[in-house]
Ligand binder design. Structure first.
Ligand code: PEP
Ligand code: MG
Length: 539
């Protein structure tokens, strides 16, 4: 028995045979022709790649199909094509040019350090690797499975998942990849255990067809497991099956406490497809849509029309359930080259979130217009402001809202205002003056990621300071309690939308302090719901 440990990327247990799929095995030599011929080869490969992806789309639905659609659009992108052409002019050859541009493009996106964008780089890689595979004459159907197995690969791309027969995919192990890869997101939605970031030694062809025990919760992998390990896995798999049946049963259950008060479980989402998934998984509402995603999206852009489309699709995807969109939260850990913001020595304490409305007025006004129009056409929404510290930022923003609204009403662009306004409470200042702030808004949403960062003086992205970043610290919990009390006093809603809402111990503390709505990553909803049912003796 040989043990490996990787990063758990999709929960679940499995015992099956290994199938090794190593895309990086080369064994061929590339010949570079004249640039005009290489360009023609590249163009032909792109046409073929698009055809292949469209064929894959015929057998996929929902999010998966949208990812593939995005890949087709990516291959149609003229900017990308020109970058590749330029490399071909430099005599790199078509396949190598695609690889170089792919690396440059993805590195640039990755440097923005945003989870959502990392997902997009996986899609870009997937589409462009298909092109290089075609140029290199490689087999693109290595993921066609004919019997139950755990796929062990250098990486798994979303289009690979489109050819995989779910009934045979018992698990994924990858040397590359990360928790946030689209492939792993899909693995999670498909309920296939997955472990990534495993030592590439595991790709040794000798491991092919060997038995493996895979624990997608802990990241543990046992090749040729001994009898005791197999018995332990069988036992846990039996228990797990019983648990999943129980969890599905509580999907639509209401969390009503003994005193009659209800706890709501909402989802945090990035885009309309996320919202659809969350609603299907039992979200009672959408507690946070991070609109700054629009700055990074290749599907939507910042134009008024595109923003109206984005917000409208989000509202429709919520199917009449409460939905809260956050205005652009740019700056700090979400720097955006496009805005050419002034470099700041300490960006987390600088001009981010609502504070940028003074220097980026036009962008904020366009967003307000798009939100008002989308709500008027598609239904009521909540909209909230991030990084609030002073009353004047809130009143300043709402003055801007009034001006835009008046113009739209006068022009007849909108018939009414269907936005309920709120703010995020994610700074100690906002928590401490929450009573004063309550009079301006209809709801509070506590962002415990930033609140913890600022209360504990612990940078949320600095792993060295991780032990100080404690959302259960009495100081943070006290702030949550203060905010819940201010909200109760002024009769407005309060929710928590930071990551800690998905941590059972934190969720319990926040509820004890008066919070009645928790918004979290959608795969955390049911387990948290079950914990809360047990804790508060809800049937
Ligand atoms: C937060 O700060 O808790 C939050 C939800 O917002 P973000 O993580 O996007 O800053
Ligand atoms: Mg925040």
């Amino acid at each position: 028995m040989v043990k490996y440990v990787g990063t758990p990327a999709s929960g679940g247990l499995t015992l099956a045979k290994i199938k090794i799929v190593n895309r990086r095995i080369a064994g061929f030599k590339r010949v570079v022709l004249a640039p005009h011929r290489e360009k023609a080869l590249f163009d032909a490969a792109v046409i073929l790649a698009k055809d292949e992806i469209k064929t894959l789309m015929e057998n996929t639905t929902g999010e998966h199909s949208e990812i593939l659609n995005f890949q087709v659009m990516m291959l149609d992108d003229n900017g990308l094509k020109n970058m590749i052409y330029q490399k071909i002019e430099e005599k790199l050859g078509a396949a190598h040019s695609v690889e170089v541009v792919m690396e440059e493009y993805c590195a640039r996106i990755k440097s923005i350090n945003d989870g959502y964008l990392s997902l997009r780089t996986a899609d870009i890689r997937d589409a462009l690797t298909r092109v290089t595979d075609i140029l290199d004459g490689k087999n693109r159907e290595r993921f066609k499975l004919t019997e139950p197995c755990v796929v062990v690969a250098d990486e798994i791309l979303p289009s690979d998942l489109a050819v995989i027969d779910r009934q045979y995919a018992m698990g994924f192990i990858t040397a590359g990849g990360s928790y946030h890869d689209h492939a792993n997101i899909i693995a999670r939605t498909m309920g296939i255990p997955s472990v990534c970031g495993v030592d590439s030694e595991i790709l040794n062809p000798l491991n092919d067809t060997r038995q493996v025990a895979l624990d997608g919760y802990t990241g543990e992998i046992y090749i040729v497991p001994n009898e005791a390990t197999v018995a332990m896995f069988r036992h846990r798999m039996k228990l797990e099956q019983r648990d999943s049946v129980l969890l599905a049963k509580i999907r639509d259950a209401k969390l009503t406490m003994a005193n009659g008060e209800e706890i709501q479980i909402f989802a945090n989402c990035n885009d309309p497809k996320d919202i659809t998934l969350a609603i299907n998984n039992g979200a009672q509402g959408i507690g946070l849509v991070r609109s700054e995603i629009l700055f990074m999206s290749t599907v939507y852009d910042l134009s008024l029309a595109s923003q109206i489309r984005f917000y409208s699709e989000c509202i429709r995807a919520a199917k009449g359930k409460e939905i809260t969109i956050r205005t652009f939260d740019i700056g700090a850990d979400k720097p955006l080259e496009r805005l050419q913001l002034e470099k700041e020595p300490n960006p987390a304490l600088g001009m981010r979130g609502v504070r940028l409305m003074y220097t980026q007025k036009e962008i904020f006004e366009t967003q307000i217009e798009a939100l008002l129009v989308a709500a008027d056409r598609c239904g009521e929404i909540n909209v909230m402001l991030p990084m609030v510290t002073v009353e004047s930022d809130v009143t300043g923003y709402f003055t801007m809202v009034e001006q835009v609204k008046e113009r739209l009403l006068n022009e007849g662009t909108i018939a009414r205002d269907r936005i309920r306004w709120g703010i995020m409470i994610e700074t100690p200042a906002a928590a401490l003056i929450s009573e004063q702030l309550a009079k301006y808004v209809n709801f509070f949403s506590i962002g415990t990621n930033d609140l913890t960062q600022y209360v504990m003086a612990a940078d949320r992205i600095n792993t060295n300071a991780a032990r100080y970043f404690d959302p259960q610290h009495p100081a943070v919990v006290k702030m949550v309690e203060m905010v819940a009390q201010s909200a109760a006093k002024y009769g407005i809603k309060v929710s928590v939308c930071g990551e800690s809402a998905a941590d059972f111990e934190c969720a319990k503390l926040y509820i004890e302090k008066g919070v009645r709505c928790l918004s979290m990553a959608q795969n955390a909803m049911l387990p948290i719901k079950q914990h809360l049912m047990e804790e508060f003796e809800i049937n």
